[in-house]
Every structure is written in structure tokens, then in C-alpha cells.
Design a protein around this ligand. Structure first.
Ligand code: BGC
Length: 252
């Protein structure tokens, strides 16, 4: 299956490889998302095989957009903060394309994909100017969009604020690891957001990642000045953004 106005997105995460066909007019999934447990070790070939299995299960024969939790330049993964180090230097686009029978593939950073999706269909859709999306998970991912145009690979999770990398201070995994309460963790998030807003002055900040589901427990505790909105697309943002990437031609 593949049709005009539809595209297929796959989001590669630490626990699952998730994908679906997306209606690009609405940003909605055309069927239930298909999830395959992430293989361990999550080496490039093992992930590529999982991607091929998912696409076969969906019976999708068109182009595919795929996210990676790493810097992606011209289809090549350049970092591996929270994934298998074997990804560094891997030409992911060529690998995925070869494993998928030579079809067209776009590869982009996971937070960039979520940012594209939230900016067009989700929490940021009614805002112009600079939008900053942060995903709080194992690490912190970031996406910067100006009037809908993405500045890719911003990697603000690795910016040092107050002497520590932001993802070492305020990722959702730090809350779990250190047993922080929401007020304690929100204080760390506030430090990060104040540092970022003083540098970038976004109009709004969109908070994504699994912990955004409980946003009513921590967004009201934040002390930074820029309005923070919970992501709307939740666990589909990466899939939808990946599908948008293939359609946009921005990630050839
Ligand atoms: C990586 C980013 C990624 C983020 C969220 C960070 O550690 O450096 O590339 O977007 O985690 O997965």
C-alpha cells in the first residue's frame, strides 16, 4: 500500500521500533501503530532488520521516513549518546534503503521529527516565530522551528547550563534514577528552561516525551517565563514527523 497524501513514518526508540502510515492532511495515523521490540544490542543491522519486518507487516511498499536518537547529517548518524555506539558514522539512509529493497528513505533526528509534527499538527500549530520543542525521556531531545522551518540537529540536551549538561540534569530518566519528586524535578527543568529561553527567546516551549502525559503534575510548577505547552501528539509525534520528512524532501 502507498498512496498520494499518505506517507510512512518509523520512530526508533530504546524500547520499541514503532511505525504507521500517516495521513499528511491531518497528521493522523491511518491504522494502529505497529510496534516491534527494539533488538538488543541495538546495532545498525539489527535495527534495520526490525524496520524491514515492520514495513513488511504493514504491507507498505512506498518510501519510508525513519527517526534516530542521534545527530543525522546527510543520512549519516554522527552521535550515539543513548544508543549503540556502532551507529556513529553509519550511513543509516543507505543501510535502511538497502534492507528495504532499495526504496527511498529519509532519516532524521527523533526530536526534530517530533518538532515538525507538533509544529504542523499539534501544540505549536497556532504559533509563529520561534518554537522550541524538548522531549524528556532517557535523554533530552530538542527541535527549533522558525515559522515552521526546522533548524536540524540542535542537540540542546547537551548544552551545559549551571555546569551540567541539560540531559544529565533534567531528563525524565534522572527523575527515576534519583527518585526525585515532581517539585524537585520541576526545579531542575526550570533551571534548564531559564537557561534556554535566555539564549533563544522562543515564543513557546513544547514539552514532549512520555512524561508529558503527566504534565499537569509538573508544568504548573515551572518558574521560567516562556509558556510551556504539553505536546499533543504524544507517542505518535515521531512517526508523524518521520512521515513528514519523507514528504517534505528536506531530508533527501
Ligand atoms: C541525543 C539526541 C536525541 C535525544 C532524545 C540525546 O541524547 O543526543 O540526538 O534527540 O537524546 O532521544
Amino acid at each position: 500500500m502507498s498512496a498520494r497524501g499518505h506517507a510512512f513514518g518509523i520512530d526508533i526508540g530504546g524500547s520499541g521500533v514503532k511505525g504507521a502510515a500517516v495521513d499528511l492532511a491531518t497528521g493522523e495515523l491511518l491504522h494502529d501503530r505497529i510496534k516491534i521490540p527494539t533488538p538488543h544490542p541495538a546495532t545498525p543491522q539489527a535495527i534495520a532488520d526490525a524496520v524491514a519486518k515492520l514495513v513488511a507487516e504493514a504491507e507498505w511498499d512506498g518510501p519510508v521516513g525513519i527517526t534516530l536518537p542521534s545527530v543525522v547529517l546527510d543520512g549519516v548518524a554522527r552521535t550515539a549518546a543513548n544508543i549503540d555506539r556502532a551507529w556513529i558514522g553509519t550511513d543509516a539512509r543507505t543501510l535502511f534503503s538497502a534492507t528495504l529493497g532499495g526504496r527511498t528513505v529519509s532519516v532524521l533526528n527523533d526530536a526534530d521529527a517530533a518538532g515538525l509534527a507538533e509544529d504542523r499538527y499539534g501544540a505549536a500549530k497556532d504559533f509563529d516565530g520561534l518554537v522550541l520543542l524538548l522531549t524528556f525521556g532517557t535523554g533530552i531531545g530538542s527541535a527549533l522551528l522558525y515559522n515552521g522551518t526546522l533548524v536540524p540537529n540542535s542537540e540542546l540536551g547537551h548544552l551545559e547550563i549551571g555546569g551540567r549538561e541539560t540531559e544529565h540534569r533534567a531528563a525524565a530518566s534522572i527523575k527515576d534514577r534519583d527518585g526525585l519528586s515532581y517539585p524537585q524535578w520541576a526545579a531542575e527543568v526550570s533551571t534548564v528552561l531559564i537557561g534556554l529561553e535566555n539564549l533563544f527567546w522562543p515564543k513557546i516551549i513544547v514539552a514532549g516525551g512520555g512524561i508529558s502525559r503527566d504534565s499537569d503534575q509538573w508544568i504548573p510548577l515551572l518558574t521560567n517565563r516562556t509558556p510551556v505547552l504539553p505536546a499533543h501528539l504524544r507517542n505518535t509525534a515521531g512517526i508523524v514527523g518521520a512521515a513528514m520528512a519523507i514528504d517534505s524532501g528536506l531530508f533527501p
